[in-house]
Design a protein around this ligand. Structure first.
Ligand code: F6R
Length: 369
């Protein structure tokens, strides 16, 4: 069943280009128009939505954090993202004009299920993004957009995460299309880029040998920090979560802009810090800020692992290790930037002698609160 791979996790990482392509299949037509027939919520209702609330746990929550950037930018609808386990105990404000998006690979996560039940009781519409046909979460939702990652066996989520991102982008673009927001032109470009993204993920996978080598060389470390900004921040959180789960190491993700508000005190000689760098095109202000962050931490002894776009020369002087990823539009970068972090965690955990498919203390689907 592992088709020659040493673990399901490695197999599932390798399946990501196909998972991404399958999730896009049939949902964008030749003219770049999205047709999400399975979203049975009528366009008239979607036009009235005045708030989106994303609820999810773990890795799916990180997909939700990225969705917020896309939804707010492309639709101008305010979007909140909350851990499902916190949401329902907070007395959230919801009504018929609220669209709740519940993201879950398994479709059985109890916290997410309870959050969506709570939302429906308040009259909100619930759209599930789910990888498991006929599971409880889609059955109890008003509509479902299935991710087509195929069965995910390894406990740590990889291909499901990438397809959750694709589904989130589709929902954001669809809302933009239905509502005719002013980002119409940009949406056309993004749809084109999204259509070709599977091949880009494939290219990333072909260049992972140096990442594996780096991971093995860091297997004796106790801590790894991850920094990112904008959509790179949730990517950093995801990189840290993968490392905790698989390598049983202390790993933390921070928003790079927060460094001087505390985390920079953690930097010491030879501490590995992975930095996800935004594109120097597009939002170049963010790029320049993060380059100075890298400079600052390196001056304090950090061993910098820099994930940056091909052609980004500004980072070169400050990178102890440089991981190149293909250029993508800013909002789509998580689809490529996450891949090296998955490979890194998987290889590092293997080097530490851990069983990557079945990390200690974890279950694939958490059906208790
Ligand atoms: C991380 C991981 C978990 C799940 C979380 C939600 O690698 O696998 O954090 O993402 O338990 O699970 P689902 O998506 O099934 O609701």
């Amino acid at each position: 069943e592992k088709s020659g791979y040493a673990s399901f996790m490695l197999k599932e990482i390798a399946e990501q280009p196909k998972a991404v392509a399958d999730t896009l299949l049939g949902r964008i037509d030749g003219s770049g128009t999205l047709s999400l027939d399975e979203v049975r919520i009528p366009a008239a209702v979607l036009r009235e939505v005045d708030k989106v609330v994303v609820v999810a746990c773990g890795t799916a929550f990180h997909a939700g954090l990225i969705a917020k950037y896309a939804i707010e930018h492309w639709t101008r609808i305010p979007c909140e993202v909350e851990l499902a386990s916190e949401f329902r105990y907070r007395d959230p404000i919801l009504d018929q004009q609220t669209l709740v998006v519940a993201i879950s690979q398994s479709g059985e996560t109890m916290d997410t299920l309870m959050a969506l039940r709570h939302a429906r009781e308040q009259g909100a519409r619930v759209l599930a993004i789910c990888n498991t046909n006929g599971s409880t979460i889609p059955r109890e939702s008003d509509a479902v957009l299935y991710t087509h990652a195929g069965p995910e066996v390894a406990v740590a989520s990889t291909k499901a995460f990438l397809t959750q991102l694709v589904a989130c982008y589709l929902v954001a673009l669809y809302l933009g299309q239905v509502r005719g927001t002013k980002y119409g032109d940009e949406i056309g470009d993004v749809v084109r880029d999204l259509s070709g993204i599977s091949g880009v993920v494939e290219r990333v996978l072909e260049t992972m040998d140096p990442v594996r080598e780096l991971a093995r060389s860091l297997a004796h470390k106790n801590t790894v920090l991850f920094l990112g900004r904008h959509v790179g921040h949730p990517v950093a959180l995801e990189g840290a979560l993968k490392l905790k789960e698989l390598a049983y190491m202390h790993a933390e993700g921070f928003a790079a802009g927060e460094l001087k508000h505390g985390p920079i005190a953690l930097i010491e000689e030879d501490l590995p810090v992975v930095v996800v760098v935004p594109s120097p095109r597009g939002r170049s202000v963010l790029h320049d800020k993060i380059v100075s962050n890298i400079q600052e931490i390196r001056a304090r002894g950090a061993r910098t692992v820099v994930i940056a776009e091909e052609g980004d020369e500004a980072v070169v002087p400050y990178a102890d290790h440089l991981v190149r990823i293909p250029a993508t539009p800013t909002l789509l970068q998580p689809l490529v930037a996450t891949v090296p972090l998955q490979v890194f965690a998987c290889e590092l955990a293997t080097a530490r002698g851990n069983e990557v498919d079945q990390p200690r203390n974890l279950a694939k689907s958490v059906t208790v609160e």
